[in-house]
Design a protein around this ligand. Structure first.
Ligand code: ADP
Ligand code: MG
Ligand code: MG
Length: 882
């Protein structure tokens, strides 16, 4: 086995498609070298060494030392320096790099190879101040990530030194000052560890390599892998690379960039850089970075020169390389670079993370530019991320009381009570409050709070700060670097221009403009044209599954159509029962002692239901509509409080005792498995009869008014047996005949059923003899398959996910193995007796991309989901088909 792969000077032993072996960073460094781009020479220790390391009691393969020595010598030959040489030392960085970028892994160590002797050589060859600045950075980084001596111990020494010397900024420190601090740093480390800071460069190197492999098994990395189902066996690679220096004065710099704007997708180089700086100074938010291009500088109104002006030669070269890389990878790239004395060096490239809005625009534009196909564009956009686009934005007409401004780090708007810690955000969210997480800056420890929050606000950090990157990934609004905010963690306050906000005060953030606004500002829904419509059109061309919506109100139905729904898969009639105008008639019906009493009340409901359906059919203009008969237990419609009961009693002219008695009669220990679904229609067929009549009469009216045939699909809920279905079906068929006779119209309709009990799935073959369609009600099917009540699952599903008993909440993504098996059985058996039976699902799962893929695979005709998720389902269905 070959354990080490070299790169540099226009060639490499690895390449981009070796990412499993070399990790993402290593594979792309090799690829850039192969493309002839300026990459500091280096080598990658493979992920197989990591696997070996853990399989063999944390030891290395015997050949590794030798291979590393050879690879170091190659770097030496290319740079003219020698690792550890006190005359002309080679300095390197040690960088971790898993297959997928993984927070939680070891941070990069820069300037490795410096010690008391080599620092003098660097001082003599380059510059004394630079040499000692680099050395103190190295001691700080190495101590932090390899030796476990925390950063703040160094900060304290530095602050103390500045205070005594009356110095303000790091740039005020002279070479001697840094040299003095290096002495203090080393003494402090020696005291903490009981042994001196390692002076031998080889000891330093192997210490750093060991720390990278060690970090593969640290708690943060393990948690991250579990959350993202990354197997432990993948391992991480280690990259060792000769240093280039962005901290060699005013013609040196370091920066990060995207080949297109990661927020908007705009086709323009986008990024930040810092002159005379090193490594992650840019993202650390210590100094405010400068813009790359003049255009960006002007747009931002900044008076600090852009890279285009400050380092024109290096900028031109960078612009050229960014195009080469984007062309080569056929995707937007996220780049890291350093300029050393005017010469540009590339340090990293990878596919850039982006907002959904940017993902859409970039995919569509790359396809229009002919660089990828329309189908590739469809595959490139994550359906779940579309959710962000469907998020509210601030109503342009709303009054904006701007209290501060920061960077528009992640689009969308959010309002909530401000909190100052991740734990607090999580706690308040659990109490059902919406929160905005406010931090000076965020770090990986804050992730759970960022998840819980509606949006994130920071006072420090740029567009590439941790908060900004993570928020974009999560699709949450974020305003970063709002520098005028004074955040006091101890006092739990946020002060800006003399106004103080306490924990719990409500603010709105606009991640699209960077504004922070007082109070809760009105929002509005986004525009769904442009690239969105284009990509959806491409998706529609390739998908097989039809997408319907779960909708009953005119508002929902219109929304569903505007999102591209091809019909209604579930209209829950009971939702109409709660309307102010009709709840009284519903209650009268429930309180009635006999059929005659019920019929009298139902007669009042009939015209109202009919009007509802007419409107629904008219909005859907000939598209299929599935209407479900009354499903929930009747007691849900009765008044609950004494005051309400008194009022209902008065309105209906009945005794309050009568209402109470009926409530007691209808009380159930377990309503989910109680008197509901078709059981109501069987006990009180006149209810089903009224609903069927309303549907059919409405169909006749709407067919006339729209000129389109209306073909209603009447759906019987919660059946377990064919006999149940047949009894209710008979009522529906008889009603249809009656309506035909009365109106003289010829009705076309279907009667089918929901499959939401395991028994119904198992007996699907006989049920399909009479039922003309099945709609799998995967919410109830999940409840009854698992024996878990969704409303009570909150208390124990969390720990179940944590303990790995279940991978994802089965109410969010369909449990393919269990519930999915029942659906498959229902499909197969249903088709046996009725080969052309229409099949769909109508649970929450209809809008979950993984579940949509499953539905496509088993050959359903359609999925139905909430209107807002229709675009997600359309895209997911297209991806499933490709
Ligand atoms: P991360 O995975 O966190 O981005 P990297 O390994 O990319 O960590 O290192 C972070 C930064 O350190 C780089 O963006 C670059 O600025 C700096 N860096 C890494 N290696 C070198 C090097 N050989 N020379 C100069 N700077 C380097
Ligand atoms: Mg890092
Ligand atoms: Mg990097």
């Amino acid at each position: 086995t070959k354990w080490v792969y070299s790169f540099g000077d226009g060639t490499a032993e690895g390449k981009a498609d070796m990412r499993n072996l070399l990790g993402g960073k290593g594979a792309n460094l090799a690829e850039m070298a192969n493309l002839g781009l300026p990459v500091p020479p280096g080598f990658t220790i493979t992920t197989e060494v990591c696997t070996y390391y853990y399989a063999h009691g944390e030891t290395y393969p015997a050949e590794l030392k030798g291979e590393v020595e050879i690879a170091l010598a190659k770097i030496g030959a290319l740079t003219g320096k020698t690792f550890g040489d006190p005359g002309n030392p080679l300095l390197v960085s040690v960088r971790s790099g898993a297959r997928a970028s993984m927070p939680g892994m070891m941070d990069t160590v820069l300037n490795l190879g410096l010690n008391d002797a080599t620092v003098e050589a660097v001082a003599a060859l380059a510059d004394r101040r630079f040499a000692f600045d680099s050395y103190r950075r190295f001691i700080t980084m190495y101590s932090g990530v390899v030796l476990g001596v925390d950063h703040h111990h160094f900060e304290e020494l530095l602050e103390g030194f500045k205070l005594r010397g009356g110095l303000n900024l790091d740039t005020d420190l002279s070479a001697d000052d840094w040299a003095e601090l290096v002495v203090q740093y080393k003494a402090m480390v020696a005291e903490k560890l009981g042994k001196p800071f390692p002076q031998d460069p080889h000891e330093q190197l192997w210490g750093a390599i060991g720390a990278v492999f060690g970090s593969w098994m640290n708690q943060r990395a393990i948690t991250y892998r579990r959350l993202h189902t990354i197997p432990e066996s993948w391992g991480t690679a280690v990259n060792v690379q000769s240093m280039v220096f962005g901290n060699m004065g005013d013609t040196s710099a370091t920066g990060v960039a995207f080949t297109r704007n990661p927020s908007t997708g705009e086709h323009a180089l986008y990024g930040e850089f810092l002159v005379n700086a090193q490594g992650e100074d840019v993202v650390a938010g210590i100094r405010t970075p400068q813009d790359l291009t003049e255009a960006a500088r002007i747009a931002a109104g900044s008076d600090k020169p852009s890279m285009e002006r400050a380092l024109p030669e290096a900028f031109k070269e960078f612009e050229r390389i960014s195009k080469v890389l984007e062309d080569h990878y056929r995707d937007m790239q996220d780049l890291e670079f350093t300029v050393e004395k005017g010469k540009l060096w590339m340090l990293q490239t990878r596919s850039g993370k982006r907002t959904a809005k940017a993902a859409l625009r970039i995919a569509v534009e790359l396809a229009n530019e002919g660089r990828i196909t329309q189908e590739e564009a469809v595959v490139r956009v994550d359906p779940a991320a579309l959710d962000q686009l469907l998020h509210p934005a601030i109503d342009p007409k709303a009054e904006r009381k701007v209290v501060a401004s920061g960077l528009p780090a992640s689009p969308g708007a959010a309002a909530g009570a401000i909190v100052f810690s991740a734990d607090e955000a999580e706690a308040m969210k659990q109490q059902g409050r919406k929160v905005i997480l406010v931090r000076i800056e965020t770090s990986p420890e804050d992730i759970h709070g960022m998840h819980a929050a509606e949006g994130i606000l920071t006072s420090r950090g740029g567009m590439t700060s941790h908060a900004a990157v993570v928020a974009r990934g999560m699709g949450k609004p974020c305003v970063s670097g709002a520098g005028s905010l004074r955040i006091d963690y101890a006092a739990q306050t946020l002060t800006v221009s003399g106004v103080t906000f306490q924990k719990g005060d409500v603010l709105t953030i606009d991640g699209s403009t960077g504004q922070v606004l007082a109070g809760e500002v009105p929002m509005q829904q986004p525009e769904l044209s442009g690239e969105f419509a284009t990509l959806m059109g491409w998706a529609d061309k390739v998908r097989r599954l039809k997408i319907r919506a779960n909708a009953e109100t005119p508002l929902d139905a219109r929304m569903a159509r505007s999102f591209g729904a091809e019909g209604i898969g579930l209209s829950r009639t009971e939702h109409m029962f709660f309307d102010a105008g009709r709840i009284l008639a519903v209650r009268e019906m429930i309180l009635a002692d006999d059929e005659a009493g019920r019929r009298a009340a139902l007669a009042k409901l009939l015209p109202m239901q009919r009007a509802d359906f007419v409107e629904l059919f008219e909005i859907m203009k000939g598209l299929p509509c599935t209407i479900r008969l009354l499903d929930p237990p009747l007691h849900e419609f009765l008044p609950h409080t004494d005051a309400e009961m008194a009022e209902v009693a008065k309105s209906l002219g009945v005794d309050i005792e009568r209402i109470e008695r009926r409530r007691k009669d209808l009380h159930e220990v377990n309503p989910m498995l109680g008197f509901r679904g078709c059981r109501i229609a069987i006990a009180f067929p006149e209810i089903a009869e009224m609903q069927a009549r309303a549907i059919f009469e409405a169909a006749v009216i709407a067919a006339k008014s729209t000129g389109e045939p209306v073909v209603p699909e009447v759906m019987v809920p919660l059946i377990a047996t064919k006999a149940e279905f047949d009894i209710v079906n008979a009522v529906i068929q008889k009603t249809a005949k009656a309506v035909e006779a009365e109106t003289g119209a010829k009705l076309t309709f279907q009667v089918g059923t929901m499959i939401e009990l395991p028994r119904a799935a198992l007996r699907a073959e006989e049920i399909a003899e009479t039922a003309e369609f099945f709609s799998f009600g995967t919410n109830d099917l999940t409840q009854t398959c698992y024996g878990v009540s969704r409303d009570d699952a909150g208390t124990f599903l969390g720990p179940y996910v944590q303990k790995g008993i279940i991978e994802v909440d089965p109410f969010v993504s369909i449990d393919v193995d269990g519930v999915g098996e029942l659906v498959k059985i229902g499909v197969e058996r249903g088709r046996k007796s009725r080969p052309d039976i229409k099949l769909g699902i109508c649970g929450e799962h209809g809008g979950d991309p993984a579940s949509v893929a499953f539905c496509d695979e088993i050959g359903l005709d359609y999925v139905s989901c909430s209107p807002f998720r229709v675009p997600i389902a359309r895209l997911a269905a297209a991806q499933a088909a490709l």
